[in-house]
Design a protein around this ligand. Structure first.
Ligand code: ARG
Length: 457
């Protein structure tokens, strides 16, 4: 069925029809389309356009279609251009010509914008749940690996010793912000375009505030032209998804690296590693590599949608039909990756001996400078002295803790016999006890706060 055949004497060419049709991807909006239409029918009734009986018939017919869709009994026809057309066509089959009254004062332009918003409001919580799943895996790891020390890196160069738990939790907070962002996005999604008509508004006395409440929106949009063309929410969703992708990718990359023989910090479980068709010894981190690649694909969805929106003429343009593809794909990508990543993290084994052995004494150079600071030396002078000490040790082919006290004193007189107490990585870690630091007691607090954020006591 075509919804716009009246002014045409010839049908749309087959190839143009195929290009124009969006049913393939927008049938996913079926349940939202039904709900939106039922609310619209109620709105029309309140406005005196439909009788109570007509409204009831339309709503019941739509309800039956909803069931058909749910049970996969709905038969789509080749002539169904999109989900909106399909539902209206089927409504006519079920309730007869009365179906023709449903589209009064409404356009597919405000209808589709409403459906996509409804879909996001329905599915954002599911994405949040998947993110919480990974946050839970990180928290569980942090708890389990609490006493493991590791080298912390900047520029991928050994920097300072840290707790592995602190590192795990460093991947928790970005996800927390991602969830915050989704919550803020939901507020902007919850503005109802329905009642904007094609672009100029609806001429019937529809109470749009009541309509918004009926559909669970916070309020109606206030400009009909903006109402039908605003896709900021879809773009924001694509951004949120891409950013979460980046966060996952950063974590995945670290795991790929730490699983290499050169690092040897982690070992993949068999269940989350793959083999090589040629090299029998290989255990490959495909799950983590694919996570990295999915992030790139998510950036592609964002870029694609942003480019689609760039420079569009006012109000509705058919380009907007393409908005659903990146939104659905981004959602599907993340909800596929997140649980696998969570499980894979849980099944990693940790080589704590190797991690600890990789903390070399030079990583305590900052602590050595801090030692002088505690003896009253200005930090800049202490930094210089320790730099000289490092240089001296390298020249002598010794590690810092192998220098004699006389050698230390020759560089700075404030190096006393107690200087050797600095060369314990556990001390270095424990000293960093200001809020947010790597000391066990504050990491423990951090862990508690993190657990509260995801509803675990
Ligand atoms: N399938 C269309 C979409 O997804 C519905 C809106 C069609 N509007 C129109 N003016 N042709 O955007």
């Amino acid at each position: 069925m075509k919804l716009w055949g009246g002014r045409f004497s010839e049908g749309l060419a087959r190839d143009a029809w195929a290009l124009n049709a969006s049913l393939e991807f927008d049938q996913r909006l079926g349940p939202q389309d039904i709900r939106g239409s039922q609310a619209w029918a109620r709105g029309l009734q309140k406005a005196g356009i439909l009788s109570a009986d007509e409204c009831a018939q339309i709503c019941a017919g739509l309800e039956a279609i909803g069931k058909e869709l749910e049970n996969h009994e709905f038969i789509f026809l080749e002539t169904d251009e999109d989900i909106h057309t399909a539902v209206e066509r089927r409504l006519g089959e079920i309730i007869g010509p009365l179906a023709g009254k449903l589209h009064t004062g409404r356009s597919r332009n405000d209808q589709v914008a409403t459906d996509l918003r409804l879909w996001l409001l329905d599915y954002l919580p599911e994405l949040e749940k998947a993110i919480i799943g990974l946050q839970t895996a990180l928290v569980t790891r942090a708890e389990k690996d609490m006493n493991v020390m590791m080298p912390g890196y900047t520029h991928l160069q050994r920097a300072q010793p840290i707790l592995l738990s602190h590192w795990w939790l460093s991947h928790f907070w970005p996800l927390q912000r991602d969830r915050e962002r989704l919550g803020q996005l939901a507020q902007r999604v919850a503005r109802l375009p329905l009642g904007s008509g094609a672009l100029a508004g609806t001429p019937f006395p529809i109470d749009r505030a009541a309509l918004a409440a009926d559909l669970g929106f916070d309020r109606p949009s206030l400009n009909s032209i903006d109402g039908v063309s605003d896709r900021d929410f879809a773009l924001e969703f694509a951004f949120c998804a891409a950013l979460t992708g980046l966060h996952l990718s950063k974590l995945a990359e670290a795991i790929v690296l730490f699983c290499s023989a050169e690092f040897g910090f982690f070992e993949l479980s068999d269940a989350y590693a793959t083999g090589s068709s040629l090299m029998p010894q290989k255990k490959n981190p495909d799950v983590f590599e694919l996570t990295r690649a999915k992030a790139s694909t998510l950036i592609g969805y964002l870029t694609g949608l942003m480019t689609t929106l760039n420079g569009l003429p006012s109000a509705y343009d058919k380009d907007l039909q393409e908005d659903k593809v990146p939104v659905f794909n981004a959602f599907d990508t993340l909800t596929a990756v997140l649980p696998v990543l969570a499980n894979a993290l849980g099944s990693l084994s940790i080589n704590s001996g190797r991690m600890q052995a990789s903390i070399d004494v030079s990583m305590l150079a900052t602590d050595l400078a801090d030692y002088l600071v505690e003896k009253g030396i200005p930090f800049r002078e202490a930094h210089e002295a320790v730099g000289k000490t490092v240089q001296y040790a390298i020249a002598k082919g010794k590690s810092l803790d192998a220098l004699s006290q006389a050698e230390f004193q020759s560089i700075h007189p404030k190096f006393d016999q107690d200087v050797y107490s600095v060369f314990d990585p556990a001390n270095s870690i424990t000293r960093r006890s200001a809020l947010g630091g790597t000391a066990p007691e504050v990491v423990e607090q951090q862990l508690q706060t993190a657990k509260e954020m995801i509803g675990i006591k």
